[in-house]
Design a protein around this ligand. Sequence first.
Ligand SMILES: Nc1nc2c(ncn2[C@@H]2O[C@H](COP(=O)(O)OP(=O)(O)O)[C@@H](O)[C@H]2O)c(=O)[nH]1
Ligand SMILES: [Mg+2]
Length: 329
Amino acid sequence: MAHLPLDEGRRAYLSTLIEGLLAGQRRALARALTFVENGGPEAQWLLKRLYPRAGRAHIVGVTGAPGVGKSTLVNALASEYRERGRTVAVVAVDPSSPFTGGALLGDRVRMRDVAGDPGVFIRSMASRGSLGGLARTTGDAITVLDAAGFEVIFVETVGAGQVEVDIAQEAHTTLVVEVPGLGDEVQTIKAGLLEIADIFVVNKADHPNAERVELALKMMLDMGGPYEGWKPPIVRTVATRREGIAQLVEAIEAHRHHLQAGDGWQQRVRRRAHEEFTRILRRQLVEHLFSTLPPGRFEQALDHILARKTDPYTAAQELIAESYGLRSG
Ligand SMILES: Nc1nc2c(ncn2[C@@H]2O[C@H](COP(=O)(O)OP(=O)(O)O)[C@@H](O)[C@H]2O)c(=O)[nH]1
Ligand SMILES: [Mg+2]
């Protein structure tokens, strides 16, 4: 990534944002998050200073199909944690439907309960750009919120594809939300969500068939064992009425204690850092390559590949060698 120099005025401004967000100022936090989302030199400047301060929060991923009640659940969980004296941040990621009312409705539902409480902060991630970009901005937003001192950070994602699953795996604890009445009870396995669940939530338990979904999940879990120390529990909730939410918080806390009692916590932190670091390396290497090659060089190589004068492996090696030669030369 190119390191454009930031002038002194800009740096002074960013410093006030850092001081502000560390002091609990919401406007400073919101602005810092916007810079981080935009990903320019300001983002790097801020993250360099905030990264050492992060690493304390409990990150909880909440994933599942659209409409299962993730936003309502997160709202209820945030309220429950607040009543227990813990501070909460929420990152809502919904790449599938940037323009539908669902996410907005979810935000409004949440805002009603927690508006005006300085111990809660909610951020909806912009859905523009690639999903890879979304993975980056989500990780960086978590770093900022963690540095700002929020004790529990919920990350709401639609459990649709691999990238969303990756985002969910930014978490120490992953909740997979199911609901009764969708017919196909084995959807979870197909979506690859069974493997990532630390806790299953059967939401909308006020609907008939909640028991059947729970039984289906139980059977899958029993087939999936043996489990080393932690078998994912199943918690039934009615998020709209806050039923089962205290039990769900107990399950989340039990999972945290389980991770911290052994090396599970460190393992997950390391896995997350590994993913993040390799993603950044890959991106920066490619950016370096394109910033050093002369204009048209990539297209020329592509033409040679198309004409079968060379193969893509050899062409890649040549471009990389050239790129480094250009830099040092
Ligand atoms: N009956 C019932 N409706 C619920 C429950 N939880 C959420 N809903 C409703 O389901 C709809 C979708 O909820 P939302 O939280 O936006 O789902 P998301 O797309 O997974 O974030 C909303 O109309 C909610 O009010 C529940 O436990 N029972
Ligand atoms: Mg939602």
